[in-house]
Write a protein that binds this ligand. Structure first.
Ligand code: ZN
Length: 404
């Protein structure tokens, strides 16, 4: 429960100090909305707001300063956000947005460049901001992610509503896979990867596409059964609808893409509990449906994925969230991809993940960067699909300018 008296007082003092000692009601109320006060609750608080502001305005400037020092931490660091355009279709309850990093390595500046805006929009409009740890590839889970992502995201965003760990939600993905099979929108394919790839290149249907519902259910159960199919024996595929030209879709990546597969590697969190794992396209679409995302802003590399997710939304007759894509920043001189960072660590160029020269959030925090600097820079850059190649010096000098 928020202590609104304290928050009203803090914003009132802040406003008074920037307006010759006189706090104004309008700006204080709009700050309260940013802090999560619902528009419909204003009536309840308005009398209290007026009383508090009158008290504040009767204080001397010195007294106001002294009191503000004590309450300063009630005020979120929230820069002006002229740079961010308004989002369409924002309801009275605000927006529901997410940051969904793969669990494969530590969070770094690249994640923030494409995703800071999600957190900022939730601060702007109110609503929910989820951080979703995508850890359903047991071979690619950085075991420290459950701890370090939380520390990093609490620090950099400061407004995470909930952390979602995908591998804790396996039953839900299984249910959806089964629903898709029952709706004849998915099938179990037992072709080898090479065979399917050839068929896809030739725009030909895989023979498993004709499986009856009964056959598909049997094969699905055999995937789940501990003594049934082995890794590589079977995958669940989405049946790309006729509306999207099925296996003749002009984009090969859209032709009956896989939704779930068997992977018998031990998972760092779930151990040997599961052998069938949802692929990113299934898990992401399911969570975006289940958590009722309203707006999704993510890296441009997810454009094809977004099209696949929309097809899954269509099957469940759900409206796909408003979507925008962010161009990537590529540094000429420092690695951003996990693969390149790992290679640089292995070659001895960097000491390890905690090397302060790496652009991880851990290192940036240790180096004294403030979250508000990233927020201001994100606002400065706005929404743009254009990729940029720059020298890291150029980027960090911009960031330093906002870090004062
Ligand atoms: Zn097949």
């Amino acid at each position: 429960m928020k202590n609104w008296d304290k928050i009203i007082r803090a914003y009132g003092l802040k406003n008074a100090l920037s307006h010759d000692g006189v706090a104004l009601q309008g700006p204080v109320i709009s700050s309260l909305f940013h802090e999560g006060l619902e528009k419909k609750e204003v009536g309840k608080y308005v009398k209290r707001i007026i009383e508090i502001l009158l008290e504040i305005n009767s204080l001397s400037k010195e007294e106001q300063e002294k009191e503000f020092k004590k309450l300063e931490k009630e005020v979120s660091e929230r820069p002006a956000r002229e740079g961010l355009p308004e989002l369409p279709d924002v309801s009275k309850t605000g927006v529901v947005m997410r940051f969904a990093p793969a669990a494969s390595g530590p969070l770094h500046i690249g994640h923030i460049i494409s995703n800071m805006v999600n957190s900022l929009y939730v601060k702007k409009y109110g609503g929910k901001f989820y951080v979703r740890i995508e850890d359903t590839n047991p071979e690619k889970v950085f075991a420290d992610c459950y701890k370090s992502f939380k520390v990093d995201c609490d620090w950099i965003f400061g407004n995470v509503s909930e952390y979602i760990i995908q591998s804790d939600r396996m039953k839900i993905y299984y249910d959806y896979a089964e629903k898709l099979i029952k709706k004849k929108a998915a099938y179990v394919c037992t072709c080898s990867a090479e065979k399917f790839k050839k068929l896809a290149e030739l725009k030909k249907d895989c023979p498993c596409r004709k499986n009856s519902l009964k056959e598909n259910i049997e094969l699905w159960n055999k995937m789940l059964d501990k003594s049934g199919f082995k890794e590589g024996d079977a995958v669940v595929r989405f049946k790309t609808p006729e509306k999207y030209k099925g296996m003749k879709n002009p984009n090969p990546a859209m032709r009956d893409f896989p939704l779930a597969r068997i992977n018998e590697h031990e998972h760092p969190r779930q151990k040997k509990k599961y052998k069938v794992w949802p692929l990113m396209n299934l898990a992401v679409a399911v969570d975006d449906i289940e958590y009722k995302m309203t707006h999704i802003i993510r890296g441009k590399e997810h454009m094809d994925n977004a099209k696949r997710h929309k097809m899954i939304f269509d099957v469940f007759k759900k409206k796909y969230p408003w979507t925008a894509f962010m161009g990537r920043i590529k540094f000429k001189d420092i690695p951003l991809s996990k693969r390149k960072i790992v290679a640089s660590i292995e070659s001895g160029e960097y000491e390890g993940w905690e090397d302060l020269r790496l652009p991880t959030l851990f290192a940036l925090r240790k180096r004294g960067y403030k979250p508000s600097a990233f927020a201001k820079l994100a606002e400065h850059q706005g929404l743009s699909e254009v990729d940029k190649v720059m020298d890291s010096k150029e980027y960090f000098s911009l960031l330093d300018g906002f870090n004062k």
